[in-house]
Design a binder for this molecule. Sequence first.
Ligand code: ADP
Ligand code: MG
Length: 698
Amino acid sequence: MYDLTSRDIKYVTGVGPQRADMLNKELGISTVHDLLYYFPYKYVDRSRFYTINEVDASMPYIQLKGEIIGFEAVGEGRARRLIAHFSDGTGVIDLVWFQGIKYLLNRYKVHQEYMVFGKPTVFNGRVNIAHPDIDAITEAVPAGLGLQPFYNTTEKMKRSMLNSHALEKVMASALKLLQEPLPETLSPQILQEHHLMPLTEAIANIHFPQNVELLKRAQYRLKFEELFYVQLNILRYASDRMHKYKGFVFGKVGSAFNTFYNSYLPFELTCAQKRVIREIRKDLGSGHQMNRLLQGDVGSGKTLVALMCMLIAIDNGYQSCMMAPTEILANQHYETLKSLLCDMDVCVELLTGSIKGKRRERILQGLQNGEVHILVGTHAVIEDTVEFHKLGLAIIDEQHRFGVAQRARLWSKSVSPPHVLVMTATPIPRTLAMTLYGDLDVSVIDELPPGRKPVATIHQYENRRAPLYDFIRKQVDSGRQAYIVFPLIQESEKIDLQNLEDGFERIKTAFTDYSICKVHGKMKAAEKDEQMQLFVAGKAQILVATTVIEVGVNVPNASVMIIENAERFGLSQLHQLRGRVGRGADQSYCVLVTGFKLSEETRKRIEIMVRTNDGFEIAEADLKLRGPGDLEGTQQSGIAFDLKIADLAHDGQLLQYVREVAQEVIKKDPQGELPENNILWKQLKTLRKSNVNWSAIS
Ligand code: ADP
Ligand code: MG
């Protein structure tokens, strides 16, 4: 059988070394296999030709057949363009190019028959087609005139004439290379049972479908396969783990837990907190290693749940660690835990990059000899040469930034992997959760502590600053605190920082009688902490910040969140930011400040924010608006394999379906040894090998 994976694309007709290099650099395509799996992003019906006398500028992409009756180069400098007068006997239309004039004149001849494809527009009062695709009739796509594929290409590629159309031709020659069928990647049973198109047929039809029906079947087959392996991978991995590792048994609940519960717990747990703690306790005592995702909207009280689980670990003679994505958060967790534990005999230590020297050594030693019960830190904790005496439980806060591979690294910290609890405040749409954390059991805190009032969210245009400042003043005068957040992204970092500084000055001028502090990601850790502490301690009334405060910061007295340039934030980010207020008993406010000019999508985002406080609704909307690729952190946390064709926003049902198919396979074949599944396990292995994230695990 063919080994297409290894065949270099430069041998495909129409590619050659130069284009091969470009395809490799621009699209990461280096083999025929890569090429065939580079799918079109849209299709256009080319099943009929129009006549020139029918054409008007309101038409979408159309195709014509005829000949060039003459060329004309007009204009100077940037306006210089080549016009080809194109006729089909019913009329004449102008084809216009602003680039590649020399090439075009060389390539295309008058009085020869061509197919022209493009979008009619009006230019200088006449209908014409700018930068059309143009082909000799003989070069027509081999599949004939079905649906024409369109491929994404980069600017660089377009500049060297490797546009979608050129890629289409390359694709056609690659398909011609297939003398034999491609090795099938799904088992005959699965193909049959689910009425799937064979792979080779699907690949041919995804590029050159004769009709919509065939295209749909090809898409279904390829999406099925893609999602199936994502699920098979994650479920296989969970099942192996179940068989391979025994969990530490935390059999008892002892004095640490009980003392805290009876004498130190500052409030009644919510029903949801109680239920979740019960679920976790059951896992911890089961003899299986726990891998659980704890989802709870911002402010739902996850930290407390985490603490109580760590107390159970202590009662059973084990250490715990709790990791946060930033130093600020690690610090805050440390402070929170210390103050909750009060004078209890529990040793909590903080370990971050900025803790050095003697102090660090002392902590490391305490971890090794078991004196330290709870270690709070940043993710650096697992990278470092940190050794535990008996690590039994690892808690990861804000999982969105913490990938599967990193999770796996935790295991090397202990003879046997510790129980793992992943906490996330960002509600994850179900489809995404199944894909990213499909190996985890899920607990949900779906209830906020009593007395919380939903945050009132208001949209405000940026020219109405005076009433906005009045409003802040009123709140602060009544003893509250306010956040004012500015966007900061890497691409426009300089301008963004300047905006923040300007804003800071403006606010200082407007509020001379208040103390104002400032935090952003570019500051030194010590300075950041100092400023943050001013706000936490209530010494500063207004905190001007970038999104460093996005996750986890807890200042219950803060009741106002002003988000400047709100149009530049994604939905989940806005929701996270809003979650910083509404943590106390007072009515809180979130003001989204934007300019007048807003895109439709931005308007939708703002509307959703104003309408609802429900994190799950927001997460679903976010997925629909932006698509999963853009969801914060997905890249790092790594969907196991890149999704080339399936789309988590729209293929939720299929995902659920294939998950069940994958579950069935694993149930029947837990050891992966049934011959009928050979194809599946082999393919899974190939996929895992091609993915760095996963190689870290097996
Ligand atoms: P998150 O889930 O966002 O991490 P936190 O753990 O930071 O939430 O809790 C938010 C706030 O709610 C904290 O001030 C915490 O002390 C408080 N809190 C947690 N549980 C309860 C409860 N059962 N009753 C009242 N307040 C609570
Ligand atoms: Mg938290």
